[in-house]
Design a protein. Sequence first.
Length: 93
Amino acid sequence: MGAPASLKWAEEEIAGFVELINLAGMYVTVPKVPGLGEYVDLVFTLPHTRRSFRVRASVVHTNATNNRRTGFGARFERPPLGFLEAIRGLVNH
């Protein structure tokens, strides 16, 4: 997929990159990984739409190695209206 994202959690505010996304959650690469169970607020635009989405997700796994895929997997928490339909639209593009 590939979409730049801004992220906030606790006292952190950083930029990341949404690499994978599905109806349940996403994998985001970031220079600093939040802790397991942490809630993260993300803002990003899906590739086939001009609409920006603000999503809250909880961290369910982390990859804190020092390679280019350092990041975390997160599950969506009450995704906004239209968001899941927009993800479904990725399959058709």
